[in-house]
Design a binder for this molecule. Structure first.
Ligand code: GLN
Length: 197
């Protein structure tokens, strides 16, 4: 399998490393590549979308001719996608007032509404261990100017919460995480993602 990491902005190399390590650890043959061009997107079986700045990533996806093709492949071919933090915002259908103010074009693939920078200024970044549905032990979660998932509907299922707010959700072949599973060292969420491919 070949996993693409959207490589236009944000913590791209951390994502490539985490995916490659998860493949080794869980015995999956294949590689992880950064995706910046439509030709690269055409060669991958699944995608991760890193954290960074969602408005910037969105604009670059449009500019580089990747945006519509990501939506098409996710919709028509059920291509698995995992979005973390900014990537989670882009997967949502509604990014609230901040999404509107910045006119951020969302991929709109998951039935969820998010609140950008939901954990406020003083708490811009923090780490905590959370229970995640389907995992027998807690997962160490790194939050960096993180969004919260305010609500889900349709087929989108919440899998973890921090202080009442949803921070991990899954909808079929799509996973959105408000935190950064690529940074904590624990690759069990990546494992679940690779199982979708
Ligand atoms: N706050 C950023 C945004 O709104 C996301 C932060 C992150 O990805 N670490 O796009």
């Amino acid at each position: 399998m070949r996993i693409g990491v959207i490589g236009v902005q944000g913590d791209v190399s951390e994502h490539v490393d985490a995916v490659a390590r998860a493949m080794r650890e869980y015995g999956k043959e294949g590689d992880a590549i950064a995706v910046r061009r439509p030709e690269e997107l055409a060669r991958v079986d699944a995608l991760t979308i890193p954290g960074g700045e969602s408005t910037t990533i969105s604009k670059l996806l449009v500019k580089l001719g990747l945006f519509d093709e990501i939506v098409r492949r996710a919709t028509d071919e059920a291509m698995p996608i995992m979005g973390t933090c900014a990537g989670c915002i882009l997967l949502s259908k509604d990014a609230g007032i901040q999404g509107e103010k910045t006119k951020t074009r969302l991929l709109g693939l998951m039935d969820m509404a998010v609140d950008r920078n939901a954990f406020g200024r003083q708490r811009e970044s923090f780490e905590t261990d959370l229970e995640i549905e389907g995992l027998p032990t807690a997962f160490h979660c790194v939050f960096i100017r993180a969004p919260a998932i305010l609500r889900t509907w349709g087929d989108c299922v919440p899998l973890s919460r921090y202080k009442e707010r949803i921070v991990l959700a899954k909808q079929g072949h799509l996973i959105g995480a408000a935190f950064h599973p690529e940074l904590g060292g624990d690759l069990r969420i990546h494992r679940a993602f690779l199982e979708l491919v």
